[in-house]
Design a protein around this ligand. Structure first.
Ligand code: GCU
Length: 591
């Protein structure tokens, strides 16, 4: 690094703006599509950077020589960083890093085996909480906002012969204009907490595919959309030997193509989650996936899966683990699905942000339905255009990543947002963006009730297919009378799901009657809720809040000690509380 004035960085508070223009998003996101990837899971050095010194002093510019030969001192040395593996959350790596909210620098060397040999080399980041800047050999290649969605950055042109220095600056500061904003009821983990890998692709490749049943085609027509990496006019081909005995042509025009084909696939359902192996070929590139074909619709206040009435018996889940923080291992996801099945549930709300891609893939196989959402949570800066762009991009990244997952039946565009004019415009825009991007799924949001009219009258519901309702009568309000009053005052013209309801209980704490934080009251709470919910024809589902106790610094009673205790299972993900068994009995005895 060479600077005329060694103190210049102390006086430049505009140091970060130079990166703003380089943020990537859904347009450049590449679906993995079953292509081989090289995991970048080891060899990383991590240096915390509380004051953003890395951007101020340009830690991404390399000083080729070791400290002993420095002409002038630096404040950064790669080898002084902690050796870490990825995925991981820095909060869980050292006790003194537990509450760190700031920037951190991940650095590792790409060696010759990573060279693209005539192909294009793409960096795939599963998620970085909560924003990231990527540098290769000191060159800024792109940034990303959004803690829970993947992004792709091409490295090809910045590669040099020999070792290449890859640096990813990740920061998890909470921001008033962020999505979510700076106040939320879960733990603010930071880091590269999902897989980071390299993908080698040919000059022209498949960037994304969307495939599914043509709506209202009685399961007899399949559409496929293909997006290529470039403005090519080549012909892609669709291969699925179970459906067609020959490849089907998909002509591309300026890199995009959409075709519909006759087919009568065995429909994906809860009882028979049938998946088809499909391939899309474009030149030398082969994109693959395993997809189920099904149709989710509403009529009046009822939900239908493939034309059959549907009642959602479910539970909400956070990404949270006492040992791993926000990292979702395959084992953790398999355990989550086993608990869902043991509960007799058929539905999971992936709250309050996009979860790991493997969750929907495993739910495709298990026959579990999902509500996926973006973290437009509580008091978002609804009047800020940059915040809207961030929210819309996260939504479109989620849809692009998971659009071929049969298990996902709903896109949620928000949670518990007070009804103001700015919020209405912001959320209506998101609902319309989701419907445009994916007309095959239902659009929903977890709404609040109108306290004055004490009814479900949120204006946003005009733009939703399914109304999510968060209500905690019996917990945050002394009894269930409010729920009965709300139901009596409401006459929705579309399906309603209780998208959250629950009560805290510390595992092992017992008591009879309304003893708050006791297992017994939590169980009684669900028995009372269930009786009212199942007696209301226009309520077509329940997502209990929540499957597991989870970290939240907002929760500091002796019962909680930094955990939200509304879990049906404690944070050890093994101790099932009374409420788990009570709800399981009700779910299993319901039609
Ligand atoms: C809200 C919110 C959740 C929160 C829950 C609670 O409904 O959506 O994120 O954890 O209430 O109070 O436990």
């Amino acid at each position: 690094m060479t600077v005329e004035d060694p103190f210049a960085h102390l006086h430049d508070e505009g140091y970060a703006h130079v990166f703003d223009a380089g943020f990537v998003g859904h347009q450049t996101l590449i679906q993995c599509g079953g292509r081989a990837v090289q995991p970048l899971d080891t060899g990383w050095r991590l240096t915390l950077d509380l004051f953003d010194e890395g951007l101020r002093q340009r830690w991404y510019e390399d000083d080729e020589c070791p400290p002993s030969q420095w002409a002038v001192p630096r404040d950064y040395e790669i080898e002084a960083g902690k050796e870490v593996s990825v995925p991981s959350c820095w909060n869980m790596l050292q006790p003194e890093w537990r509450y760190f909210e700031g920037a951190a620098w991940y650095t590792r060397i790409l060696h010759s085996e990573h060279a693209p040999d005539g192909e294009r080399l793409i960096l795939q980041v599963g998620a970085a909480a909560s924003s990231a800047l990527v540098f290769l050999n000191g060159r800024f290649l792109g940034g990303h906002r959004g803690a829970s969605t993947p992004f792709s950055i091409e490295l090809t042109d910045a590669l040099i012969p020999g070792p290449n220095r890859l640096q990813i600056m990740v920061e998890n500061r909470r921001k008033r204009d962020g999505v979510p904003m700076h106040h939320f009821d879960w733990f603010n983990y930071g880091g590269l907490y999902r897989e980071v890998s390299l993908m080698k692709l040919p000059a022209v490749f498949v960037r994304g595919v969307r495939i599914g049943l043509v709506p209202n085609s009685a399961g007899r027509r399949i559409f496929i959309e293909v997006e290529a990496s470039d403005q090519t006019n080549e012909v892609a081909t669709l291969h699925c030997s179970e459906l067609w005995d020959h490849p089907l042509d998909i002509p591309l025009h300026a890199g995009n193509g959409r075709v519909e084909f006759a087919a009568t696939p065995k429909l994906w359902s809860l009882a028979t989650p049938k998946l088809y192996d499909i391939e899309v070929r474009l030149g030398r590139d082969v994109w693959t996936d395993r997809v189920g074909f099904r149709e989710i619709t509403t009529k009046g206040t009822q939900l239908f899966l493939n034309g059959e009435p549907l009642f959602l018996k479910g539970v909400c889940v956070h990404e949270d683990d006492v040992a791993l923080g926000k990292v979702s291992t395959l084992e953790d996801t398999r355990r989550r699905i086993a608990d869902i099945k043991a509960l007799g549930a058929n539905f999971m709300r992936l709250s309050h942000y996009p979860h790991h891609e493997q969750v929907a893939r495993l739910c495709d196989e298990a026959g579990i339905l999902l509500w996926a959402e973006v973290p437009v949570y509580w008091a978002i800066d609804f009047g800020n255009p940059s915040t809207l762009a961030d929210a819309e991009n996260q939504l479109l990244e989620l849809i692009k990543r998971d659009c071929n997952r049969a298990s996902i039946i709903m896109w949620g565009v928000g949670n518990e947002n007070a009804d103001t004019e700015a919020r209405y415009r912001f959320m209506r825009h998101l609902a319309e963006a989701a419907r445009t991007a994916d007309p095959t799924r239902l659009i929903t949001a977890a709404c609040l009730i109108d306290r004055e009219r004490f009814a479900i009258v949120d204006r946003l519901t005009e733009h939703l297919d399914v109304i999510g309702l968060n209500e905690y009568f019996g917990w945050y309000e002394p009894d269930m009378s409010g729920l009965k009053r709300l139901i009596a005052n409401s006459s929705p013209d579309k399906p309603v799901i209780i998208s959250e309801t629950g009560a805290d209980a510390l595992a092992g704490h017992r008591g009879s009657g309304r003893v708050l934080f006791s297992e017994d009251w939590q169980a009684s709470f669900y028995q009372q809720q269930w009786q009212i919910i199942t007696a209301t024809p226009w309520i077509v589902g329940l997502a209990a809040w929540i499957l597991y106790d989870f970290r939240s610094e907002r929760r500091q009673t002796g019962f909680q000690r930094g955990f939200n205790r509304k879990g049906l299972i404690s944070e050890d993900k093994a101790t099932r509380k009374q409420a788990f068994h009570a709800l399981a009995e009700m779910f299993k005895s319901h039609r």
